[in-house]
Design a protein around this ligand. Structure first.
Ligand SMILES: [Zn+2]
Length: 215
């Protein structure tokens, strides 16, 4: 039995797509081999850039920061659901009815197929979002987190962040801007999304990885 690792993260680089209004990410050369004898880069970034986690503190007054969550919150058994059909709509709670043995899951990821639009204007428009009823089902499932291959779990024009609030106040983390979910549909896998240990991080980019057993 062999394990296959699948990268679910977008690369972090200058010029990468950023949530509208976010200051530009900057990777610059601080020291180089010829002049300084060693290579070192300086990176300026915001905490919700690229494939990243949202901590409860992102939206909630008393929510936990990433560095206050146990390591076990960032690792567990996962399943990816295909929700492409809900483009421009909300995802109904019935989507979970087909899951066999939902108690055994730590994470549910949602494949909208928007990762293929990464870098285009369409990426920020009309993606599926959770209905309040679906979010209500999720918080009863005893999960560690949920993830999407879109920029946010609320509609782009939301200022209430109702879905964020519902999910984060239940103690779950949210993973945004995932990719490659089409490669892991309809199978169980282990998800790893460890962030750096940064003091009072309200979110942070992660190298999201799916580990699939290959029999
Ligand atoms: Zn975020």
């Amino acid at each position: 039995m062999k394990q296959i690792l699948i990268d679910l993260s977008h690369p972090i680089r200058n010029g990468m797509p950023l949530f509208p209004g976010t200051p530009a990410l900057q990777i610059s050369q601080l020291n180089d081999l010829k002049e300084n004898g060693f290579r070192e880069k300086q990176i300026t970034l915001t905490t919700h850039v690229g494939t990243h986690l949202d901590a409860p503190a992102h939206i909630l007054e008393d929510g936990k920061f990433l560095d206050r969550l146990p390591l076990s919150q960032f690792y567990g058994r996962a399943l990816a659901l295909n929700v492409q059909a809900f483009k421009g709509k909300t995802i109904p709670p019935q989507i979970f009815d087909s899951i066999v043995d939902p108690e055994s899951l730590d994470f549910i990821l949602f494949h909208t197929n928007y990762a293929k639009l990464w870098g285009s204007e369409e990426y920020w428009k009309d993606f599926p979002t959770l209905s309040p009823e679906a979010a209500g089902r999720i918080i009863k499932m005893n999960l560690k987190g949920i993830g999407f291959d879109v920029a946010t779990v609320d509609p782009m024009d939301s200022s209430e962040y109702l879905i964020h609030k519902k999910i984060l106040s239940a103690g779950l983390i949210i993973i945004e801007n995932l990719t490659n979910l089409d490669k892991i549909l309809n199978q169980r896998f282990i998800l790893s999304v460890f962030p750096l240990n940064i003091h009072e991080a309200d979110g942070f980019p992660v190298r999201a990885v799916a580990m699939v057993e290959n029999r």
